[in-house]
Design a protein around this ligand. Sequence first.
Ligand code: PMP
Length: 308
Amino acid sequence: MPITPTKKIWMDGEFVDWPDAKVHVLTYTLHYGTGAFEGIRAYKTPNGVAIFRLKEHMERLLRSCKILMMEVPYELKELCDATVEIVRVNELHDGCYIRPLVYLGYGEIGVNPIGAPVNTAIAAWSWGPYLGDHGVENGVRMKISSWARHHPNAMPTASKTVGGYVNASLAKAEAVLAGYDEAIMLGPDGLVSECTGENLFIVRDGLLISPPPSEAGALRGITQASIVKIANDLQYEVSFETLRRDDLYLADEAFITGTAAEVVPISSVDDRLVGDGRPGPITTAIKTTYHQAIRGERPQYEEWLTRV
Ligand code: PMP
Protein backbone atom coordinates (compact mmCIF):
# COMPACT_ATOMS: atom_id res chain seq x y z
CA MET A 1 0.00 0.00 0.00
CA PRO A 2 1.47 3.39 -0.92
CA ILE A 3 2.45 5.80 1.85
CA THR A 4 1.27 9.40 1.68
CA PRO A 5 4.18 11.52 2.93
CA THR A 6 3.60 14.10 5.64
CA LYS A 7 5.96 16.88 6.76
CA LYS A 8 7.97 15.48 9.65
CA ILE A 9 9.07 12.23 11.25
CA TRP A 10 10.17 12.17 14.89
CA MET A 11 13.63 10.60 15.12
CA ASP A 12 15.42 10.41 18.48
CA GLY A 13 13.89 13.61 19.77
CA GLU A 14 14.14 15.64 16.55
CA PHE A 15 11.43 16.48 14.03
CA VAL A 16 13.14 15.51 10.77
CA ASP A 17 11.81 16.49 7.33
CA TRP A 18 10.10 13.48 5.75
CA PRO A 19 12.58 13.09 2.83
CA ASP A 20 15.56 13.27 5.22
CA ALA A 21 14.31 10.55 7.61
CA LYS A 22 16.96 8.04 6.48
CA VAL A 23 19.22 5.38 7.98
CA HIS A 24 22.61 3.96 6.96
CA VAL A 25 22.55 0.75 4.89
CA LEU A 26 24.58 -0.94 7.64
CA THR A 27 21.82 -0.36 10.22
CA TYR A 28 21.71 -3.46 12.44
CA THR A 29 17.92 -4.03 12.19
CA LEU A 30 18.04 -4.02 8.39
CA HIS A 31 20.33 -7.06 8.52
CA TYR A 32 19.17 -9.10 11.51
CA GLY A 33 15.60 -7.96 12.20
CA THR A 34 15.97 -7.16 15.90
CA GLY A 35 13.67 -4.21 16.42
CA ALA A 36 10.13 -3.55 17.61
CA PHE A 37 7.29 -1.48 16.27
CA GLU A 38 3.71 -0.47 16.88
CA GLY A 39 0.74 0.43 14.76
CA ILE A 40 -1.57 3.06 16.24
CA ARG A 41 -4.49 4.99 14.80
CA ALA A 42 -5.86 8.43 15.48
CA TYR A 43 -9.38 9.47 14.51
CA LYS A 44 -11.32 12.62 13.95
CA THR A 45 -13.77 13.10 16.82
CA PRO A 46 -16.30 15.87 17.55
CA ASN A 47 -13.64 17.44 19.83
CA GLY A 48 -10.65 17.22 17.52
CA VAL A 49 -8.34 14.41 16.50
CA ALA A 50 -7.70 11.74 19.18
CA ILE A 51 -5.23 8.86 19.39
CA PHE A 52 -6.81 5.52 20.27
CA ARG A 53 -5.29 3.69 23.27
CA LEU A 54 -1.95 5.45 22.92
CA LYS A 55 -0.67 4.46 26.35
CA GLU A 56 -1.45 0.76 25.82
CA HIS A 57 0.39 0.78 22.49
CA MET A 58 3.46 2.45 23.94
CA GLU A 59 3.42 0.08 26.91
CA ARG A 60 3.40 -2.83 24.48
CA LEU A 61 6.28 -1.26 22.55
CA LEU A 62 8.32 -1.07 25.74
CA ARG A 63 7.42 -4.67 26.58
CA SER A 64 8.51 -5.78 23.10
CA CYS A 65 11.83 -3.99 23.65
CA LYS A 66 12.26 -5.61 27.05
CA ILE A 67 11.88 -9.05 25.47
CA LEU A 68 14.43 -8.10 22.82
CA MET A 69 16.79 -6.58 25.43
CA MET A 70 16.71 -3.19 23.75
CA GLU A 71 17.11 -0.34 26.23
CA VAL A 72 14.83 2.44 25.02
CA PRO A 73 16.22 5.80 26.14
CA TYR A 74 12.71 7.27 26.54
CA GLU A 75 10.07 6.94 29.23
CA LEU A 76 6.50 5.95 28.43
CA LYS A 77 5.33 9.55 28.81
CA GLU A 78 8.02 10.89 26.47
CA LEU A 79 6.97 8.40 23.79
CA CYS A 80 3.30 9.32 24.22
CA ASP A 81 4.08 13.06 24.12
CA ALA A 82 6.21 12.64 20.98
CA THR A 83 3.33 10.77 19.32
CA VAL A 84 0.87 13.54 20.11
CA GLU A 85 3.38 16.06 18.73
CA ILE A 86 3.96 14.19 15.46
CA VAL A 87 0.21 14.13 14.78
CA ARG A 88 0.03 17.83 15.65
CA VAL A 89 2.99 19.05 13.57
CA ASN A 90 1.78 17.10 10.56
CA GLU A 91 -1.69 18.63 10.94
CA LEU A 92 -3.40 15.27 10.61
CA HIS A 93 -6.76 16.65 11.75
CA ASP A 94 -8.77 13.92 10.03
CA GLY A 95 -6.93 11.09 11.74
CA CYS A 96 -3.98 8.98 10.70
CA TYR A 97 -1.96 5.83 11.15
CA ILE A 98 1.06 6.11 13.44
CA ARG A 99 4.13 3.89 13.23
CA PRO A 100 6.59 3.97 16.14
CA LEU A 101 9.75 1.92 15.55
CA VAL A 102 12.63 1.10 17.87
CA TYR A 103 15.60 -0.21 15.94
CA LEU A 104 19.25 -0.99 16.40
CA GLY A 105 21.19 1.51 14.38
CA TYR A 106 24.54 1.94 12.73
CA GLY A 107 27.77 1.26 14.57
CA GLU A 108 28.01 -2.45 15.35
CA ILE A 109 27.90 -5.35 12.92
CA GLY A 110 27.82 -9.06 13.72
CA VAL A 111 24.83 -10.83 15.25
CA ASN A 112 25.44 -9.76 18.88
CA PRO A 113 22.93 -6.92 19.46
CA ILE A 114 24.40 -5.86 22.79
CA GLY A 115 26.10 -2.52 22.42
CA ALA A 116 24.38 -1.54 19.18
CA PRO A 117 22.81 1.94 19.38
CA VAL A 118 19.07 1.97 20.06
CA ASN A 119 17.20 4.41 17.83
CA THR A 120 13.56 5.44 18.00
CA ALA A 121 11.35 6.90 15.29
CA ILE A 122 7.67 7.81 15.06
CA ALA A 123 5.98 8.51 11.73
CA ALA A 124 2.34 9.36 10.97
CA TRP A 125 0.37 9.59 7.76
CA SER A 126 -3.19 9.28 6.40
CA TRP A 127 -4.19 5.69 5.82
CA GLY A 128 -7.57 4.25 4.84
CA PRO A 129 -9.06 0.89 5.88
CA TYR A 130 -6.30 -1.76 5.66
CA LEU A 131 -8.53 -4.39 4.06
CA GLY A 132 -10.55 -1.90 1.99
CA ASP A 133 -14.05 -0.46 2.32
CA HIS A 134 -15.58 -3.45 0.54
CA GLY A 135 -14.08 -5.87 3.08
CA VAL A 136 -15.25 -3.82 6.06
CA GLU A 137 -18.79 -3.71 4.62
CA ASN A 138 -19.18 -7.20 3.18
CA GLY A 139 -16.55 -9.35 4.83
CA VAL A 140 -13.23 -10.73 3.70
CA ARG A 141 -12.20 -14.08 2.24
CA MET A 142 -9.66 -15.84 4.43
CA LYS A 143 -7.30 -18.71 3.71
CA ILE A 144 -5.54 -20.87 6.25
CA SER A 145 -1.87 -20.37 5.55
CA SER A 146 0.58 -23.13 4.75
CA TRP A 147 3.00 -21.10 6.92
CA ALA A 148 2.73 -21.86 10.65
CA ARG A 149 2.92 -19.11 13.26
CA HIS A 150 6.16 -19.05 15.21
CA HIS A 151 6.88 -21.53 17.95
CA PRO A 152 7.34 -19.31 21.04
CA ASN A 153 10.83 -20.72 21.53
CA ALA A 154 11.78 -19.75 17.99
CA MET A 155 10.44 -16.17 18.04
CA PRO A 156 8.87 -14.33 20.99
CA THR A 157 5.28 -13.94 19.84
CA ALA A 158 4.35 -11.43 22.57
CA SER A 159 6.74 -8.92 20.99
CA LYS A 160 5.97 -7.02 17.79
CA THR A 161 9.40 -7.90 16.52
CA VAL A 162 10.46 -6.51 13.13
CA GLY A 163 11.99 -9.81 11.97
CA GLY A 164 8.98 -11.78 13.18
CA TYR A 165 6.96 -10.25 10.37
CA VAL A 166 8.81 -12.24 7.69
CA ASN A 167 6.51 -15.06 8.75
CA ALA A 168 3.44 -12.80 8.39
CA SER A 169 4.56 -11.39 5.05
CA LEU A 170 5.06 -14.88 3.58
CA ALA A 171 1.56 -15.84 4.70
CA LYS A 172 0.03 -12.59 3.43
CA ALA A 173 1.66 -12.92 0.01
CA GLU A 174 0.55 -16.55 -0.30
CA ALA A 175 -3.07 -15.67 0.54
CA VAL A 176 -3.24 -12.61 -1.74
CA LEU A 177 -1.62 -14.42 -4.68
CA ALA A 178 -4.17 -17.22 -4.26
CA GLY A 179 -6.99 -14.66 -4.54
CA TYR A 180 -7.89 -14.25 -0.85
CA ASP A 181 -7.88 -11.10 1.27
CA GLU A 182 -5.98 -12.31 4.31
CA ALA A 183 -4.36 -15.39 5.88
CA ILE A 184 -5.24 -17.19 9.08
CA MET A 185 -2.21 -18.72 10.73
CA LEU A 186 -2.17 -21.92 12.74
CA GLY A 187 0.36 -22.35 15.51
CA PRO A 188 3.00 -25.09 15.50
CA ASP A 189 0.44 -27.30 17.31
CA GLY A 190 -2.03 -26.94 14.43
CA LEU A 191 -4.48 -24.80 16.44
CA VAL A 192 -5.74 -21.40 15.26
CA SER A 193 -3.39 -18.61 16.26
CA GLU A 194 -4.11 -15.27 14.57
CA CYS A 195 -3.89 -13.51 11.21
CA THR A 196 -0.90 -11.73 9.71
CA GLY A 197 -1.78 -8.47 11.47
CA GLU A 198 -5.03 -9.20 13.31
CA ASN A 199 -6.56 -11.35 16.02
CA LEU A 200 -9.63 -13.41 15.28
CA PHE A 201 -13.01 -14.06 16.91
CA ILE A 202 -15.77 -16.50 16.04
CA VAL A 203 -19.38 -16.45 17.21
CA ARG A 204 -20.88 -19.82 18.12
CA ASP A 205 -24.36 -20.10 19.65
CA GLY A 206 -24.25 -16.44 20.67
CA LEU A 207 -20.88 -16.79 22.42
CA LEU A 208 -17.79 -14.94 21.20
CA ILE A 209 -14.63 -17.04 21.17
CA SER A 210 -11.03 -15.96 20.52
CA PRO A 211 -7.86 -18.05 20.87
CA PRO A 212 -6.03 -17.31 24.16
CA PRO A 213 -3.05 -15.15 23.04
CA SER A 214 -0.33 -16.87 25.10
CA GLU A 215 -1.38 -20.42 24.29
CA ALA A 216 -2.04 -19.60 20.65
CA GLY A 217 1.26 -17.76 20.24
CA ALA A 218 -0.66 -14.69 19.13
CA LEU A 219 -0.02 -11.04 19.81
CA ARG A 220 -2.14 -9.71 22.68
CA GLY A 221 -4.18 -7.34 20.56
CA ILE A 222 -5.25 -3.97 21.90
CA THR A 223 -8.23 -4.05 19.56
CA GLN A 224 -9.00 -7.58 20.77
CA ALA A 225 -9.04 -6.32 24.37
CA SER A 226 -11.23 -3.36 23.36
CA ILE A 227 -13.66 -5.75 21.65
CA VAL A 228 -13.89 -7.92 24.77
CA LYS A 229 -14.90 -4.82 26.77
CA ILE A 230 -17.37 -3.65 24.11
CA ALA A 231 -18.87 -7.14 23.74
CA ASN A 232 -19.35 -7.44 27.50
CA ASP A 233 -20.93 -3.99 27.62
CA LEU A 234 -23.33 -5.14 24.88
CA GLN A 235 -24.16 -8.17 27.10
CA TYR A 236 -22.34 -10.72 24.93
CA GLU A 237 -20.23 -13.31 26.66
CA VAL A 238 -16.61 -13.75 25.51
CA SER A 239 -14.48 -16.80 26.08
CA PHE A 240 -10.80 -17.43 25.28
CA GLU A 241 -10.65 -20.97 23.97
CA THR A 242 -8.41 -22.86 21.59
CA LEU A 243 -9.93 -23.24 18.13
CA ARG A 244 -9.30 -25.72 15.33
CA ARG A 245 -9.68 -24.90 11.66
CA ASP A 246 -13.00 -26.76 11.48
CA ASP A 247 -14.35 -24.51 14.26
CA LEU A 248 -13.84 -21.68 11.78
CA TYR A 249 -15.68 -23.53 9.01
CA LEU A 250 -18.66 -24.14 11.32
CA ALA A 251 -18.81 -20.72 13.01
CA ASP A 252 -22.07 -18.76 12.87
CA GLU A 253 -20.09 -15.53 12.46
CA ALA A 254 -16.42 -14.58 12.49
CA PHE A 255 -14.41 -11.38 12.36
CA ILE A 256 -10.88 -10.11 12.71
CA THR A 257 -9.59 -7.24 14.85
CA GLY A 258 -6.51 -5.06 14.60
CA THR A 259 -5.49 -1.42 14.68
CA ALA A 260 -4.91 -1.21 10.93
CA ALA A 261 -7.84 -3.43 9.90
CA GLU A 262 -10.19 -2.32 12.76
CA VAL A 263 -13.12 -4.80 12.90
CA VAL A 264 -13.67 -6.72 9.68
CA PRO A 265 -16.25 -9.50 9.17
CA ILE A 266 -15.05 -12.80 7.69
CA SER A 267 -17.24 -13.97 4.81
CA SER A 268 -15.48 -17.29 4.17
CA VAL A 269 -12.61 -19.46 5.35
CA ASP A 270 -10.98 -21.77 2.78
CA ASP A 271 -14.01 -21.22 0.52
CA ARG A 272 -16.51 -22.36 3.17
CA LEU A 273 -19.03 -19.57 3.83
CA VAL A 274 -19.16 -18.37 7.42
CA GLY A 275 -22.89 -18.46 8.22
CA ASP A 276 -24.57 -17.24 5.06
CA GLY A 277 -21.43 -15.34 4.03
CA ARG A 278 -22.85 -11.97 5.12
CA PRO A 279 -21.74 -10.07 8.24
CA GLY A 280 -23.84 -11.43 11.13
CA PRO A 281 -25.81 -9.42 13.71
CA ILE A 282 -23.30 -9.73 16.58
CA THR A 283 -20.35 -8.84 14.34
CA THR A 284 -22.28 -5.84 13.03
CA ALA A 285 -23.25 -4.63 16.51
CA ILE A 286 -19.66 -4.89 17.74
CA LYS A 287 -18.20 -3.28 14.64
CA THR A 288 -20.66 -0.39 14.86
CA THR A 289 -19.90 0.24 18.54
CA TYR A 290 -16.14 0.04 17.94
CA HIS A 291 -16.41 2.58 15.13
CA GLN A 292 -18.35 4.92 17.40
CA ALA A 293 -15.89 4.43 20.29
CA ILE A 294 -12.79 5.25 18.21
CA ARG A 295 -14.47 8.38 16.85
CA GLY A 296 -15.41 9.71 20.27
CA GLU A 297 -19.13 9.06 19.78
CA ARG A 298 -19.45 6.86 22.88
CA PRO A 299 -18.71 8.77 26.11
CA GLN A 300 -18.21 5.53 28.07
CA TYR A 301 -15.01 4.83 26.07
CA GLU A 302 -13.63 8.36 26.31
CA GLU A 303 -10.73 7.17 28.50
CA TRP A 304 -9.36 5.28 25.48
CA LEU A 305 -8.79 8.56 23.61
CA THR A 306 -5.83 10.94 23.85
CA ARG A 307 -6.71 14.31 22.34
CA VAL A 308 -4.06 15.94 20.21
N1 PMP B 1 -1.59 -9.92 15.59
C1 PMP B 1 -0.56 -9.44 14.87
C2 PMP B 1 0.45 -10.39 14.36
C3 PMP B 1 -0.45 -8.07 14.62
O1 PMP B 1 0.57 -7.58 13.91
C4 PMP B 1 -1.45 -7.20 15.11
C5 PMP B 1 -1.36 -5.71 14.83
N2 PMP B 1 -0.63 -5.05 15.80
C6 PMP B 1 -2.51 -7.75 15.84
C7 PMP B 1 -2.55 -9.11 16.06
C8 PMP B 1 -3.60 -6.87 16.40
O2 PMP B 1 -3.10 -6.07 17.43
P1 PMP B 1 -3.73 -4.66 17.77
O3 PMP B 1 -5.18 -4.87 17.91
O4 PMP B 1 -3.08 -4.28 19.04
O5 PMP B 1 -3.39 -3.75 16.65
